[in-house]
Design a protein around this ligand. Structure first.
Ligand code: ASP
Length: 305
């Protein structure tokens, strides 16, 4: 059970609650997929995605259905948001139909928090602007834990477009809370001094940044959130910050690679590495996303097997 009704972010989340969610996700990941009791059979889950998504929306939908919930998907293109309705009007209208859980993705940081203040349903943040993506961080932590048996003490490099990444923020909070040594690797224009003020080690040289790391987590260049010329050309970016076999040699000998997707091959990661299943955890991340979201839905619904 969570101490709060909503799952809006990792920042400030008590460590025992994080561990409970990871344990439950692990439990779901270990069970054959036909064997889940319908613990959410009286639950209606509304997926409200105001920003494009494939894997996260489908992952939430599959997770909810595996636990017997009814699921509705609202995408912005077909909604009255396009006709100018405000977020709060949309939320209160949908709330009147009494969904139990709202899974919300929005381009504005803080939108799920705002929603949570205007609806009776429990709200899960499925990614808000540059702010947080808590279920991604939870599934990433589960992936690391199941692959390496621990998180505490691991050296983890989060590399790329840090400023525009909600994945980076949520992972920084979560992996640090669980005792990992997290460092950020980024062009200076894509990492705000705020992170250095938090005491996080920052590297602007990729090879130095990933040196000795057991996990190298790559991020997409999120040009849709950029305002100006923060990023070099894709060619130059790949040369300096793209993960290729040569740079990877600097990491720990059996280093594992992660990426939340969608990937830009040849920009932040070389296909050879992304597709090398002896090193890449990218497919496992997607797979464990479903179990993680089952645990999150179960927790906000207050249900338990
Ligand atoms: N899918 C992740 C997100 O929604 C990462 C990305 O878009 O690059 O934040």
């Amino acid at each position: 059970m969570l101490s709060k009704k909503h799952l809006l972010g990792i920042e400030g989340m008590p460590i025992p609650e994080i561990n409970d969610l990871l344990d439950r996700a692990d439990y779901f990941a270990n069970r054959p997929k036909q064997s889940f009791p319908d613990i959410l059979s009286n639950t209606t889950v509304l997926n409200m995605f105001f920003e494009n998504s494939t894997r996260t929306r489908v992952s939430f939908e599959i997770a909810a259905k595996r636990l017997g919930a009814s699921v509705l998907n609202i995408s912005v293109n077909g909604s009255s948001v396009k006709k100018g309705e405000t977020l709060i009007d949309t939320a209160t209208t949908l709330n009147a139909m009494r969904p139990d859980i709202l899974v919300a993705r929005h381009h504005a940081s803080g939108a799920p928090l705002l929603l949570s203040q205007h609806v009776d349903a429990a709200v899960i943040n499925a990614g808000d602007g540059r702010h947080e993506h808590p279920t991604q961080a939870l599934l990433d932590a589960l992936t690391i834990k199941r692959s390496l048996g621990r998180i505490a003490g691991l050296k983890i490099a989060i590399c790329g477009d840090i400023n525009n990444s909600r994945v980076a923020r949520s992972n920084l909070y979560l992996l640090s809370a669980l005792g990992a040594e997290v460092r950020l690797v980024s062009p200076a224009t894509l990492v705000s001094p705020y992170f250095a003020e938090m005491g996080v080690p920052i590297y602007t040289d990729m090879e130095q940044g990933i040196a000795g790391c057991e996990i190298v987590m790559m991020l997409r260049l999120q040009t849709e959130r950029m305002e100006g010329r923060e990023a070099p050309s894709q060619h130059e970016y790949f040369h300096l910050f793209g993960l290729d076999t040569h740079k990877l040699q600097k990491a720990a000998p059996d280093a594992l690679i992660m990426h939340p997707g969608p990937m830009n091959r040849g920009v932040e990661i070389d296909s050879k590495i992304a597709d090398d299943n002896s090193k890449s955890l990218i497919r496992t991340q997607v797979e464990l996303g479903v179990a993680t979201r089952m645990a999150c839905l179960e927790a906000v619904a207050g249900a338990k097997l």
